[in-house]
Design a protein. Sequence first.
Length: 309
Amino acid sequence: MHKSCLILGAPIETGASQRGCIMGPASLRTAGIADTLASLGWQVEDRGDVQIDAQTPVNNANAAVHNLAETIAWIKALEPAAYEATRNSDLPIFMGGDHSMSAGTVPGVARVAAEEGRPLFVLWLDAHPDLHTLDTTESGNLHGTPVAYFTGQAGCEAYPELAHKVAPENMCFIGIRSVDPAEEARIKRLGMDVQDMRAIDETGVLVPLRAFLDRVRAANGRLHVSFDVDFLDPAIAPAVGTTVPGGATFREAHLIMETLCDSGLVGSLDLVELNPFLDERGRTAKLLCDLTASLFGRRVLDRMTRSFG
């Protein structure tokens, strides 16, 4: 079992349409994420928040794009921070912040995987595939671009050059229920593994999750999990600016995290898009802490094998 956990905050909200994600890391700390993991036997070290300086605006051919300079700066700051945290911890947690954070954290983890000679796999738990490029985004909100960037898609050239890309076939999206036409076309062209909520309704979460974990294990891969609050149904997790009805239930989410724990494969975790300004007495932050605890080994009861006879 893993035993050391570094916690790193990324108070970033420039990729989102609503303000408030900047308070996400502080909210998770207030909800007791460090103490929760320590109670499960983990050695937890909170290294505070990564920060960036004020930026000079950068223009883009797509006039809708905004806060490009800030997103570039966050990528440059987070890639080495995630790299160091992953090298020096069994299971680091990167707390956001909006999902543009993953444009920095995933390349940092990918560098560690490359040094180990292992492929990086990414489990994307999200209502959205975040597969827009700077060319195709209509909203200009750059939290919709990280997957296109770190899988090396054309149209992200304004971002820092990638040293290590994530192979599109090593992605698995679970919980998807809001996809724009440009993203859908990219998914089909790349043949990505996308499990939308209809697939989950038909098979349950375990069938696609176990199939993906089997692929990770067979390849001796390193696994990164990126968990967006809007993966969850807004009825149980209201603190997100991109609510999409019909998300994962309380039990589905815990089952996924417990199954990931059982696999022993997870090497790093993003927690993103928590907007405490939209929360109800901290309920979403507390739920994220509880889900993280399930990934880190919390169980209601140890499973016992019944004897019959």
